[in-house]
Design a binder for this molecule. Structure first.
Ligand SMILES: Cc1cc2nc3c(=O)[nH]c(=O)nc-3n(C[C@H](O)[C@H](O)[C@H](O)COP(=O)(O)OP(=O)(O)OC[C@H]3O[C@@H](n4cnc5c(N)ncnc54)[C@H](O)[C@@H]3O)c2cc1C
Length: 344
């Protein structure tokens, strides 16, 4: 352990929640430190068009996130290219250790580590993400107006996505690898009654097909789980709806979670079960999972984490517990607005 520094507010994660928290905390003169993690910019960097970020009719996901990073840095947040590997919330100040060997102590921690959609793991699916393959109907359904769509999955999410996508699609085919759905009965009833939804039972998708350059999805190839017979289903959009996993490993056993690992917060706030620790964005949200809701929670977390709203908390000034020189080495350095070099 070569490096130890103290910060009043440590933000973990660089998606919309983390960067918004950084903007608010920096403007509150809390000199926040934000650790970006393995995916600087978060989930939106994996998509192309975003059409529901207020103020932008069209924006590319990676561009939007680069702007958020620039905004947070311009307000004075220190943005660090590193990954938190261990977090100790049992003592004060809180302690975070990182991949580069740095050690941070913090009066308050804002967790914004997001969530990950579960994917099928097919090479064609990976290649076509953002070009017709999506895991978010709310985000991308609008792009498939008047087209045929495939939804993959059998739980509540899959059925809800299929029903929602009928607002745009001429036909929705739900493909499920079993002969019955796990979704709630009322959702199943709606699904079966819908004239534009068809279910392909007992099939697993083995390939997403495409044509052109840049590629556009043309459909899927699905194999019957017992006979092995392959069926081709035409579609311009493929929505994988087999679940989400919150990135809550760092706080497992330290914070209360629910709904399969989402960090539990007090209703109407971002306060977790440990005072001084706040959680925002997809990490806490198994319902909305949007950039704008995550950003909103990031704002709330910075306000909740402000000493003014934490009566009794020591208003410590940032203090460096290690010599300044070398503290940004080995990946744990603040990065410039345009600097992408040295990212983990
Ligand atoms: C393909 C796709 C398209 C989407 N399209 C839209 C859209 O059009 N509109 C919309 O509103 N929403 C869209 N979404 C959803 C949106 O991206 C998410 O709701 C949003 O990004 C969640 O923000 P977040 O800040 O909570 O976390 P995330 O964006 O998930 O970011 C999490 C951050 O935490 C960091 N992190 C994780 N673990 C650690 C660690 N140990 N140490 C340090 N950092 C860590 C990661 O590096 C990452 O930076 C889309 C999602 C996907 C996957």
């Amino acid at each position: 352990m070569t490096d130890s520094r103290h910060t009043r507010v440590l933000i973990i994660g660089s998606g919309p929640a983390g960067y918004t928290a950084a903007v608010y905390a920096a403007r509150a003169m809390l000199a926040p430190v934000l650790i970006q993690g393995l995916q600087p910019g978060g989930q939106l960097t994996t998509t192309t068009e975003v059409e529901n970020w207020p103020g932008d009719t069209h924006v590319q996901g990676p561009d939007l996130m680069a702007r958020m990073e620039a905004h947070a840095a311009a307000m004075g947040a220190e943005i660090v290219s590193d990954i938190v590997t261990r977090l100790d919330l049992s003592r004060r100040p809180f302690v975070a250790e990182t991949d580069s060997g740095a050690r941070w102590t913090a009066d308050a921690v804002i967790l914004a580590t997001g969530a990950r959609a579960k994917w099928l793991g097919l090479p064609s699916e990976e290649r076509l993400k953002g070009f017709g393959v999506s895991a978010c109907a709310t985000c991308d359904g609008f792009f498939y107006r008047g087209q045929e769509i495939v939804v993959i999955g059998g739980g509540n999410t899959a059925v809800e996505e299929a029903l929602f996508l009928t607002n745009f699609a001429t036909k929705v085919t739900l493909i499920h690898r079993r002969d019955s759905l796990r979704a709630e009965k009322i959702l199943q009833d709606r699904l079966f009654r819908h004239p534009r939804i068809e279910v392909l039972w007992d099939h697993e998708v083995i390939e997403v097909t495409s044509a052109g350059e840049p590629p556009g999805v043309t459909g899927v190839r699905a194999r019957h789980v017992r006979t092995g017979a392959v069926t081709e289903v035409p579609a311009r959009g493929v929505f994988v709806a087999i679940g989400h996993a919150p990135a809550s490993e760092l706080v497992q056993g330290q914070l209360e979670t629910h709904h399969g690992g989402y960090v539990k917060v007090e209703p109407g706030s971002t306060r977790t079960s440990v005072p001084g620790v706040f959680a925002a964005g997809d990490l806490t949200d198994h319902v909305y999972r949007q950039a704008v809701t995550s950003a909103g929670m990031g704002c709330m977390a910075a306000l909740d984490g402000s000493p003014r709203r934490r009566p009794g908390r020591a208003r410590r000034q940032n203090r460096a517990a290690a010599p300044q020189h070398g503290r940004h080495s080995a990946g744990a350095r603040p990065i410039g607005l345009n600097s992408r070099a040295g990212r983990v």
